[in-house]
Every structure is written in structure tokens, then in C-alpha cells.
Ligand binder design. Structure first.
Ligand SMILES: NC(=O)c1ccc[n+]([C@@H]2O[C@H](COP(=O)([O-])OP(=O)(O)OC[C@H]3O[C@@H](n4cnc5c(N)ncnc54)[C@H](OP(=O)(O)O)[C@@H]3O)[C@@H](O)[C@H]2O)c1
Length: 222
């Protein structure tokens, strides 16, 4: 029986690549604000704004209707606001908080009761090396990623007795379209991780079922 993987934020970049790469071996559901509705064999996509609880509920309920259980939920949605702290405005701050922290907590609140009933489940937080250490010009992004890392630790501590695992994966710069737009020609000098490497990392995590891998660091300069 194939296991179920949901990817919150699966319309572009890392999330889209993971969805494509996991479809052969898993039942996969993805969402995003720009997702085109799709229902095919072992796969579905739904429009969903992860900062809205109602959208999250609908996404999770579609997954349960289709696949009957949730094995792994990957929180990949993010907004990479890079600016000096002196330049950060309130609306950018709120937008970053909403997608990286609030949406993640809302999603956890929807899926944890289900995983508790199953007495199994795995939540993977797609984080960044900035979820461990700060960097100049990335203060708000780093603060939000660190908050999500902390939430992941709390999820693990509060739910281990139900057989639920939670892992943060801290990637260094990844070669995605968003990174190309942000860094331009400087990207290659940063020795970015390939999307294939990201996929292999997640496949590794999915393969060590029952093991307690609490966090991974892949690439980056710490
Ligand atoms: N790229 C890197 O170098 C790098 C390095 C380390 C960690 N990361 C992390 O990896 C994740 C993905 O990065 P990426 O480069 O692939 O980014 P991306 O290309 O900008 O993709 C972001 C994804 O998040 C979704 N998303 C954003 N806001 C959303 C919302 N309110 N509701 C639902 N979905 C939302 C987007 O879908 P819609 O636009 O359709 O909503 C999209 O699918 C992020 O969490 C990022 O922090 C990236």
C-alpha cells in the first residue's frame, strides 16, 4: 500500500519538484495559491492559501477523502524576504510571518488530531540554514524560519507519545527559479544545492520510517 505525502506549497520550485519526484512511490496531494485543480491517479492539487484556516481545512479534508490517511505532511511554503532590518516594513513582516509561522501552525493544528488518531505520522518542515543562524540582510526571514524550527521541536515533544515525528530540514541555497531571480549571476558562486539533492534528502527521510531524525542540514555555509 502506497503511503500518503501532502506538500503544502507545491506549485513551484522545491515543492513542485518534490511532488513530481515522489509521485511514483507515494500518493501525493499538493496545494498553493496558484494551484490548478487536478485529480489524477494517486495525485491531487488544490488551490489553497495557507494563511487561511478555512483553505487549510478544505485541503486536509480533500486528502482524507481521497487517501483515507496522512502519513507525511511537508510544509514547504515560504516567502524569502531579504532586506536589512532598517528597511523592513510592516506589511512585508506580516506577510512573512503569516506564511512561514502562522500557516505552519494552522496546518499542524489540522493534521495533528488526525495523526494522533492514527498513532503515526511525520511532519517535515522545509527550513533553511537561516533557520539555525542569522545572516546580514536576512534577519526577518531567519527569525521566522527559526520560529518554525522551534514549532517543529514543540510538535515533536508534544506528540512523540502518539508515534508522531517532526523533522526540520535546513537547506543551504537551492538552485530554484526564485533563487535565480534573487541572486542572478551570483547564484553559482554560492555553490547551490540541486533540486535533485533536495529530493534525495526527502526520500531518505521518508525511507527511515520509525527512526527519529530530528533535523538535517544539507549544504550551506554555517
Ligand atoms: N530556494 C532556496 O535557496 C531555499 C533554501 C533553503 C530553504 N528554502 C525554503 O524552501 C521553500 C521553497 O523554496 P522555493 O525556492 O522553492 O520557493 P518558491 O519557488 O518561491 O515556492 C514557494 C512555494 O510556496 C507556496 N506558497 C507561498 N505562499 C503561500 C501561501 N500563502 N499559501 C500557499 N502556498 C504558498 C508557493 O505557491 P503559490 O505561489 O502557488 O501560493 C510555492 O509553491 C521555502 O520555504 C524556502 O524558505 C529555499
Amino acid at each position: 500500500m502506497k503511503k500518503v505525502v501532502l506538500i503544502a506549497g507545491g506549485t513551484r520550485g522545491i515543492g513542485k519538484y518534490l511532488a513530481k519526484g515522489l509521485r511514483e512511490d507515494f500518493l501525493v496531494g499538493v496545494c498553493g495559491r496558484t494551484a490548478k485543480r487536478e485529480d489524477s491517479d494517486g495525485f491531487f492539487a488544490r488551490k489553497c492559501d495557507l494563511t487561511k484556516r478555512r483553505d487549510i481545512r478544505a485541503f486536509v479534508s480533500t486528502a482524507l477523502d481521497k487517501f483515507l490517511r496522512l502519513d507525511t505532511v511537508i510544509y514547504n511554503a515560504g516567502l524569502m524576504l531579504y532586506d536589512d532590518l532598517l528597511c523592513v516594513n510592516e506589511s512585508d513582516l506580516d506577510a512573512t510571518y503569516k506564511v512561514i509561522v502562522k500557516g505552519y501552525l494552522f496546518l499542524c493544528q489540522e493534521i495533528l488530531p488526525i495523526m494522533r488518531k492514527q498513532r503515526a505520522g511525520h511532519i517535515i518542515n522545509i527550513s533553511s540554514t537561516r533557520g539555525i543562524t542569522a545572516a546580514a540582510g536576512k534577519g526577518v526571514y531567519s527569525a521566522m524560519k527559526r520560529a518554525a524550527t522551534s514549532l517543529t521541536d514543540s510538535v515533536r515533544l508534544e506528540n512523540a507519545i502518539y508515534g508522531i515525528r517532526a523533522t526540520s530540514v535546513h537547506f543551504g541555497v537551492v538552485d530554484t527559479e526564485s533563487s535565480r531571480e534573487k541572486y542572478g549571476d551570483d547564484l553559482q558562486k554560492m555553490n547551490p544545492i540541486s533540486l535533485e539533492c533536495v529530493l534525495k534528502t526527502i526520500k531518505f527521510l521518508l525511507s527511515v520510517e520509525g527512526e527519529r531524525v530530528t533535523s538535517l542540514i544539507v549544504g550551506g555555509r554555517l
